[in-house]
Ligand binder design. Sequence first.
Ligand SMILES: C[S@@+](CC[C@H](N)C(=O)[O-])C[C@H]1O[C@@H](n2cnc3c(N)ncnc32)[C@H](O)[C@@H]1O
Length: 230
Amino acid sequence: MQGIECSFRHAYIQRQALLDTGMNQRKATEVFHEWAEKGKDAGMERGHAPSVDVMLNLLLEGIDKPFSAIDIGCGNGWVVRKFAEHPLCDNASGIDGAVAMVEKAREIDPNGTYCLGQLPEWSPEQPVDLIHSMECLYYLKQPIDFLRNIHDNWMKSGGKMVIGMDHYKENPESHDWPQSLNVHMTTLSIDTWVKGLEDAGFEDVKAIQTGAKEGWNGTLVLSAIKPHRP
Ligand SMILES: C[S@@+](CC[C@H](N)C(=O)[O-])C[C@H]1O[C@@H](n2cnc3c(N)ncnc32)[C@H](O)[C@@H]1O
């Protein structure tokens, strides 16, 4: 009896340790590496395209001089290639931590700039004018801290950022994704994201939800500007 009790207790302690450390969860970049190998990046591109259209319109409206841009969590690089098509785009690059995603991006577009890197550690050599990120930042453990990093180290003054996310507190349909994918996701409210951007130093912070329908509250799209400092 004592042996059974002991092994139950051992299993319980092991499970708690895994839950406490999150060691039973997979890294998002490993999961998306597999998705790229299975060709699931193309479906993701199709699924995200309507929201990304809205995001790029917001980001590019009023642009009248040459710009540089980065797509954070670029997947197979499709948004980087959209940037590159813009007549005023000087330089477009993407960064992703999934090996097969970056390999695929480089295969599709051998002249493009696609960096393999882990966030939040990776940062660009030069700050850029425009930042785009679709369905990536909530995979980070401390996404709000990362917003300050982007503001301080990734962007030029006067630069603009647009972030899109389907997993957030006000979109309950997305709440079981961490369990179903077995990947960490940080579930934040719209107000927390907006305040995080403002606290990081961004101005003109706006939040909209696009593509909402019954049972789906849409993609949360956040836009923000890094102010000019004298
Ligand atoms: C849901 S996919 C979106 C890909 C692309 N933005 C799109 O819309 O098709 C999320 C991407 O973020 C990347 N990602 C997630 N966490 C990351 C991290 N910590 N460092 C680098 N990339 C990460 C994944 O590898 C994946 O390609």
